[in-house]
Design a protein around this ligand. Structure first.
Ligand code: URA
Length: 211
């Protein structure tokens, strides 16, 4: 499943520590949100590691120092509602990122995504980060990417916490420009569409709602 459009951060101990907490069934919603934020920041940092930069100079109290700063805008697009869990971390890493939102609901029978909300700023010249923590079948991430007008976007990256091979393949196959950065790729999907071992329902654990 190797692809130059897929980064799996399974050797990063900072990601691994927060992922362990997110997976742990005993983790409270407050701690779940804290670790989701941390993973969001780390995913955003990895996803933009090769973003175009601008070289400059800044005056320190002693002398001029060279600077390297981001040269292109970033738009973060959380897929409601689970994607909201990654947004504070993305903003920690990229405070000036604009935000769009896409609301998708999974049909319990077909497991396909239905779009109920869409508000996204212009994407001209931007790196677009689609925040979809659980890439199960890949249906919602793929639908979100399809819904965006990416004609002028410079790069599209799906940020995921736990993915499956099936989900990764679908997203990469459905759009040849899309990249994925994920903390883990798990082995299975159960009959209800949950990733196994996964971490359960990301939205419910994030917001403390009963499943
Ligand atoms: N969405 C979730 O929240 N969890 C899964 O395991 C799959 C989809």
């Amino acid at each position: 499943m190797a692809s130059d459009r897929l980064q799996v951060l399974d050797h990063d101990p900072l990601v691994g520590t927060s992922l362990a907490a997110l997976r742990d069934e005993r983790t409270t919603p407050a701690d779940f949100r804290r670790h989701a934020q941390r993973v969001g920041a780390l995913l955003a940092a990895h996803a933009t590691a090769d973003i175009p930069t601008r070289a400059g100079l800044i005056r320190t109290p002693l002398a001029d120092a060279p600077t390297v700063t981001r040269a292109v805008p970033v738009v973060a697009v959380p897929v409601l509602r689970a994607g909201l869990g990654l947004l504070p971390g993305v903003h920690e890493a990229l405070p000036d990122a604009q935000v769009g939102m896409i609301g998708l609901e999974r049909d319990a029978e077909t497991l396909e995504a239905r779009r109920y909300y869409f508000k996204v700023p212009p994407l001209e010249g931007a790196w677009v980060l689609v925040l979809e923590p659980m890439l199960a079948t890949g249906g919602s991430a793929s639908d979100a990417v399809r819904a965006l007008d990416l004609s002028g976007a410079a790069r599209i990256v799906v940020l995921s916490v736990v993915a499956t091979e099936q989900g990764v393949r679908r997203v990469l196959d459905d759009d040849p420009r899309t990249h994925i950065v994920t903390a883990a790729v798990d082995p299975a999907l159960d009959e209800r569409g949950y990733i196994v071992p996964g971490l359960g329902d990301f939205g419910d654990r994030l917001f403390g709602t009963p499943h």
